[in-house]
Ligand binder design. Sequence first.
Ligand code: M6R
Length: 364
Amino acid sequence: EKGGYEHFMLKEIHEQPKVVRDTINSVVKDGKIDFSSIGLTDDEMKKISQIYIVACGSAYHVGMAVQYVIEDFTSIPVRVELASEFRYRKMTLVKDSLVIIISQSGETADSLAALREAKEKGIMTLGIVNVVGSSIAREADNVFYTLAGPEISVATTKAYSTQLIAGYLLALQFAVAREEMTEEKCCELLKELYTIPDKIEKILEDKERIQWYANKLAGAKDAFFIGRGIDYAIGLEGSLKMKEISYIHSEAYAAGELKHGPISLIEEGIPVIGVLTQQELYEKTVSNMVEVKSRGASLMGLTTYGNYSMEDLADFTVYIPQTDSHFAGSLSVIPLQLLGYYVSVAKGYDVDKPRNLAKSVTVE
Ligand code: M6R
């Protein structure tokens, strides 16, 4: 049932090109986005003046990444909230808001409670859900089903990737419906989106290199992930992967925050993984990497082909294929999933069933 792979997690990592393609295909007809299966209409999208994205864990990290994309493509302000905070906060929700709940299982207790809270306040809701017929899918006003298929490994990979794709498609459709992006531009971006599965495949072909580096990381006590913008959101996910299955204490920081405290933790040999796919932020994050290197950090740079100056700086560099910057997270997350996976394997842990964790968190 693991299809020849040693663990479900590795099998699911390898399924990503297919499930990403399936998820795009589910809402693209004749080269155009068609949301008729989801429910949300163009007229509704025109009227929305505020978006809240509410989720837990990795799904929250998807929200963090998608926030940058929606805000870049449209004029709608987006707030990303942890479900366990959102549900207890006394917050005046703007009328004409949309609350988007992202959940693989569709059963996460805090996410479900947040959904109910929003509905009670009369706010329109949209679920981005993987499990058909789950509670969140049943109760949300609109549902975008991710087509990741059943995910067995506790550490999410393929569901995460399809959630990101759903987020991009949503951002594109909002932009077109509100006439904030031309159909032509959208078409061009959709074409680029269709190249993502093959590019993921390319990254997977090089997994042995990541395994080599993971073996070196296995002895580490702590690790840091840094990045800016979308790269920061991806760093958060890479860091969660590392801690949940490898039991290495790991933190992700917005690179600009380092000097506000965490840099005091940097000492000889500590691994710092820099994510640098956003061209306009590249030099800024490079300067943060220089700062930690001068304090003894061991650097891994994760960047796009072409940014070869990383070679001189980082001890280990991973390149991802070029794509539109909004979609780069779908590529940069893959080496980080592999890194968490291979460190866990190197340490001999039960990768698919990490201690203390459940696949679906139905308790508060
Ligand atoms: O089923 P959900 O997407 O609502 O689950 C949310 C989190 O519990 C989940 O993403 C968790 O963080 C994973 N263990 C991450 O790998």
